[in-house]
Unconditional design. Structure first.
Length: 226
């Protein structure tokens, strides 16, 4: 499977977002934007106006992760603004099918995110509606948290369900993804990796992306061979 890296600007300098995005423009696949509203998660980051501004400058497609209340109301606006991926949380969505379809209708790929304690099986029937499943590997809200190994069995289960479904659904991980953990995620079946601190906290973000990709690809080949 193809491994994709989506650096999270949550670990970047918010006063220099366009410059920070340019640092990974030639090495990453996406630019991950964590939208937090201070309600669904205990943190407040950036919203649609900042994303609309960043879209004018970022060379990479935007991968918007909405950690917000009422995603049914707001998510389609992010797709309409030009975000390439828009992911909503299963725990927050009141009408996930309608919202996922609205995201697609507005021109974006639709993602569904699950917190570490949320089981994947109750959402298996939604695989036909999503382009990507996002497994949180930390409790959402703040960057720099330690990776939760307890999510690895759920990753494997998600990959099995995707295989049974038969469609093309990406499996993304977000939280504590660095050179020590990305291989375990790839071995468990993930193919899209969000990494903030390990990228923007490094001296050379572009080189950090390349290094993470090489680890994921090696682990993914080993998984496929097994």
């Amino acid at each position: 499977m193809t491994m994709q890296i989506s650096p999270s600007v949550l670990a970047a300098d918010f006063a220099r977002l366009a410059d920070e995005a340019a640092l990974v423009a030639d090495s990453a696949d996406w630019l991950h934007i964590d939208v937090m509203d201070g309600h669904f998660v205990p943190n407040l980051t950036i919203g649609l106006p900042v994303i609309e501004a960043l879209l004018k400058h970022a060379a990479l497609p935007l991968d918007c992760h909405l950690m917000i209340s009422e995603p049914d109301r707001w998510a389609p606006d992010y797709a309409a603004a030009g975000a390439r991926n828009v992911t909503i949380h299963a725990e927050a969505a009141a009408a996930p099918v309608r919202t996922l379809r609205a995201i697609k209708s507005a021109g974006a790929r639709a993602g569904l995110a699950l917190n570490p304690g949320t089981a994947i099986d109750p959402y298996a029937d939604l695989l036909s509606e999503v382009d990507m499943l996002l497994m949180m590997t930390v409790e959402p809200g703040f960057g720099g948290q330690p990776f939760l190994d307890l999510v690895l069995p759920k990753l494997r289960r998600a990959r099995d369900l995707i295989a049974r479904h038969g469609g093309e659904v990406w499996l993304q991980v977000d939280g504590g993804v660095d050179e020590e953990t990305i291989g375990r995620c790839a071995e468990a079946g993930a193919d899209v990796f969000v990494s903030g601190t390990a990228v923007f906290g490094s001296q050379d973000p572009a080189a950090a992306v390349a290094h993470l990709r090489s680890i994921a690809e090696a682990a993914g080949r080993g998984h496929e061979g097994g």
